[in-house]
Write a protein that binds this ligand. Structure first.
Ligand code: ZN
Length: 130
C-alpha cells in the first residue's frame, strides 16, 4: 500500500510503500526531550521504503541534538516535523510522523505501542511531485 504524507503546507512530502498491505499501522510516542515538546508519534517498517520530496530545501530546518544521529526535518514554512532521518550502518533510515500520514482507515485501529526500536524505513530522495 502506498501511503502519502506531508507537513501541513506540503513543502516536505513523502510516499511510504508499506509492504505487505497493513491491517494496522503501529506507532510509538517518542519520549525523547524534543518529541515530548512537539508531540512526535512515529511509525516505521523495516520491509517498507520511503521516498521523500522537498519542494524548497531552503525552507527545511534540520535539527539534531545529543549524539546527533537523528536529524529532525522541520518545515520552516508551517513548522511541522514530518520525519526524522538517521545515517546508520552505511544507510539512510527514517521514521515518519503518524499524524502526517494521509491514509486514515488503517490508522484508526492502530495501537500506539507497536514500534520496535531501530526499525526504520529505507530512504531514497527524489524530486518534488508534479
Ligand atoms: Zn510545511
Amino acid at each position: 500500500m502506498l501511503i502519502r504524507g506531508s507537513c501541513h503546507c506540503g513543502n516536505i512530502s513523502f510516499e511510504l510503500n508499506w509492504l505487505p498491505d497493513p491491517t494496522e499501522i503501529p506507532a510509538r510516542a517518542c519520549n525523547c526531550s524534543f518529541c515530548t515538546k512537539h508531540g512526535g508519534v512515529w511509525t516505521s517498517l523495516p520491509t517498507g521504503s520511503l521516498r521523500i520530496s522537498i519542494e524548497e530545501p531552503a525552507l527545511v530546518s534540520k535539527y539534531a541534538f545529543g549524539t546527533g544521529t537523528a536529524r529532525f526535518d522541520i518545515c520552516g514554512r508551517c513548522g511541522v516535523v514530518p520525519l526524522v532521518t538517521s545515517k546508520t550502518d552505511g544507510g539512510l533510515y527514517a521514521v515518519v510522523k503518524r499524524q502526517c500520514l494521509q491514509r486514515s482507515p488503517p490508522l484508526d485501529s492502530a495501537p500506539c505501542s507497536g514500534f520496535v526500536r531501530g526499525r526504520r524505513f529505507g530512504v531514497t530522495f527524489g524530486p518534488p511531485h508534479a
